[in-house]
Design a protein around this ligand. Structure first.
Ligand SMILES: CC(C)(COP(=O)(O)OP(=O)(O)OC[C@H]1O[C@@H](n2cnc3c(N)ncnc32)[C@H](O)[C@@H]1OP(=O)(O)O)[C@@H](O)C(=O)NCCC(=O)NCCS
Length: 156
């Protein structure tokens, strides 16, 4: 199996990111972002995009932000064709290293209640620190709670 190549990415990579976004997120849950939301946040300081490619083709991405000593993983997605091959974990660890090097002591994320991604985060040392009720709204209007997870980076 070909190993993923991870690299920093930018606004010019958004079409590739959006293709993975549309494949990865089920619209039933309202977790995906639009291209204009991504474009807007990428113009802010402290925001960075990481792309994973397999054989030169986009396979996954992470969108992250750091503010002073706190970082947030805003989006993490892997194309269905490449799931369970370690790309999500590799992106997550790269984000943790980058966040720490940018001065973050803690990395936060929100994940929908019931999202199987929780197993990845639990295994990667995240702990639940709160719940946001009705945080996501799916295509049919159904609301879904989110759990806020935290990983201490000063122990890494
Ligand atoms: C969550 C997601 C990014 C994981 O990507 P991935 O590349 O498949 O994850 P990895 O292969 O690195 O998984 C690493 C470990 O995490 C756990 N894991 C990942 N996906 C899992 C799943 N669907 N069910 C149970 N455990 C899972 C497993 O322990 C796995 O190790 P294993 O395959 O050796 O058992 C991917 O499923 C995805 O894009 N989901 C849709 C978008 C999404 O919900 N993103 C997270 C928003 S908070």
């Amino acid at each position: 199996m070909t190993a993923p190549v991870l690299s920093d990415a930018g606004v010019g990579d958004l079409p590739e990111v959006m293709a993975t976004m549309q494949d990865a997120f089920d619209p039933a849950f309202g977790e995906a972002w639009t291209q204009s939301q991504c474009l807007g946040i990428l113009s802010l300081p402290g925001v960075w995009l990481t792309l994973a490619r397999i054989d030169g083709k986009p396979a996954g991405f992470a969108l992250s932000r750091v503010v002073i000593d706190e970082a947030e993983l805003l989006l993490l997605a892997v194309h269905h064709d490449h799931r369970r091959t370690g790309i999500g974990r590799a992106l997550l660890e790269r984000v943790a290293v980058a966040a720490k090097s940018r001065g973050a002591l803690r990395l936060f994320l929100e994940t929908r209640d019931g999202n199987p991604a929780r197993a990845l985060y639990d295994a990667a040392g995240f702990q639940a620190v709160g719940t946001r009720l009705n945080y996501y709204r799916g295509r049919d209007g159904t609301a879904h709670d989110a759990h806020t997870l935290e990983r201490r980076l000063d122990h890494d």
